[in-house]
Design a protein around this ligand. Structure first.
Ligand SMILES: [Zn+2]
Length: 471
């Protein structure tokens, strides 16, 4: 049956590369991913020195835009930023004109599941140069991370958590049950040793396990992020007090702010009923929770785009769906064919609507909002779903500039990489996009990404988008 926690657990459904496990879980076997190399592209260009000239620079720091800007890149680092005509452009530079366009940092999607790596090129086509995979097999994500980093295959820069931690109820093969604190500690060490840069806790995780996991992860300065949708014991308030650094899907909030003795009390370790807690919210508890999220500097990754698609309300048509591979298409079809649960859909609709209001309040209070999508849940095209996420953040009440920062500067801070990624400043990695329009004024202009620069290679967004159709 389709579980009431499909969103949180989309992972289950988000199919895996391990055929044996697929059969065991009743998951469909997907056609293998189509992976591309940059040599296959006619319009990809490389140069040791690149100058991007004439565009309006929105550098991600929140500073006012700079018209007629100039950015000089050497290798994959930014070496100069300023006004065109005021800084010297090396004579050997490859010059890219961006007149009338906007130059922004490459976007970061902080909540994805790459599975086997289907359609990695679509992230770049949408201007997403970095992703954080928060649920996958370590054995599957480690090679993808390595091959994109070495540019053997085209794809975004990858950060990952590997398998996530549950107590008993893992709804996917990579949500691993954890018996006790000893096992939790060992498993956290294993994830970190294999390169995980975040630890993910999910579903029915218990306060005791959270405490141990946070303690062990923080010893290595690795953050812990939580999907605790419907968890009875670990509410958002409890998670924060135990040191959890991030809240995915605004999870744990309705349980934390519901009035005492509400009609929603339940005895199971997790229940979608918790999401109706918004309807019985105690405003003093909500204010106190926002206060502690701001004080602790907790990052909230609302993933409004997956809350929208899971609510059953029609989202706008996404033209990039046509560019998806047969593999992802069959995954979507399979997930959409699962039996429906109307009460759970209603719970998610409630959660979607109230989460937007909560995000607006949190943003006004100075909280850290971070953009993430949960692609490839059905309806969420890799990369392009982040554009919808940014539109929804603006619809919730963030300014277009704040929404862009949720997918650049603030995301890089949560990654612990603000010294390298997320803004266009001298010394940082040159991940940038050129957009036909002004997304810092009209957020939907983010859909018009023309050019993507990452790893010293300049890509044409439209060529990347057309790749799947060529084979
Ligand atoms: Zn997820």
């Amino acid at each position: 049956m389709r579980t009431s926690f499909q969103l949180a657990v989309s992972a289950v459904l988000l199919a895996s590369g391990m055929a044996a496990q697929n059969r065991q879980e009743g998951l469909p076997e997907l056609p293998p991913p189509e992976l591309y190399r940059s040599e296959e592209l006619q319009h990809a260009a490389r140069a040791n020195v690149i100058a991007i000239l004439g565009g309006t620079l929105v550098d991600g720091t929140g500073s006012p835009p700079v018209d007629e800007s100039a950015i000089v890149i050497r290798g994959n680092r930014i070496v100069k930023v300023g006004k065109e005509g005021e800084i010297a452009i090396p004579p050997d530079a490859m010059r890219i004109r961006a007149d009338g366009e906007t130059v922004l940092p490459g976007l970061i999607d902080m909540h994805v599941h790459l599975n086997q790596g289907h359609d990695l090129h679509l992230f770049l086509a949408a201007g997403v140069t970095t992703v954080r995979d928060v649920g996958n097999f370590t054995s599957q994500i480690v090679p993808l991370e390595r091959e994109t980093r070495s540019q053997e295959i085209i794809g975004p820069r990858i950060f990952f958590s590997g398998e996530s931690f549950v107590h008993q109820y893992g709804f996917s093969p990579w949500q691993r049950p954890t018996r006790d604190v000893t096992e939790a500690r060992e498993e956290v060490r294993k994830r970190i040793a294999s390169g995980a840069s975040v630890i993910k806790i999910v579903n029915d995780i218990t306060p005791e396990l959270v405490q141990t996991i946070v303690d062990e992860a923080h010893r290595s300065r690795i953050p812990v992020t939580a999907d605790i949708l419907g968890n009875r014991l670990v509410t958002a308030e409890r998670a924060i007090s135990l040191g959890v650094d991030g809240l995915e899907h605004v999870s744990g909030v309705p349980q934390a702010i519901v009035v005492d003795h509400s009609p929603l009390e339940f005895s199971e370790p997790i229940s979608f009923k918790a999401l109706f807690g918004w309807l019985y919210a105690d405003s003093r508890k909500e204010t106190a929770l926002i206060d502690s999220i701001v004080k602790r500097g907790t990052y909230v990754v609302p993933t409004l785009s997956v809350l929208e698609t899971q609510s059953g309300i029609p989202a706008p048509n996404e033209p990039a769906t046509d560019a998806m591979s047969d593999g992802l298409r069959s995954l979507w079809n399979w997930m959409r064919g699962l039996p429906d649960n109307t009460e759970a859909d209603l719970a998610f609709l409630t959660h979607f609507i109230y989460s937007q209001q909560f995000v607006a309040k949190l943003s006004r209070a100075g909280g850290h909002i971070v953009a993430g999508t949960d692609t490839p849940s059905p309806g969420l095209v890799p990369g392009f779903s982040l554009h919808r996420e940014l539109e929804l953040l603006v619809q919730a009440g963030l300014s277009p500039m704040q929404a862009l920062q949720a997918a650049t500067k603030t995301a890089a801070e949560f990654l612990g990489k603000s010294g390298e990624l997320g803004t266009l400043e001298v010394g940082k990695i040159a991940d940038l996009i050129i957009v036909d329009g002004a997304p810092h004024v009209r957020i939907s202009d983010i859909r018009r990404v023309q050019t993507v620069l990452t790893g010293g290679t300049v890509f044409s967004a439209s060529e990347l988008l057309s790749l799947s159709r060529r084979r």
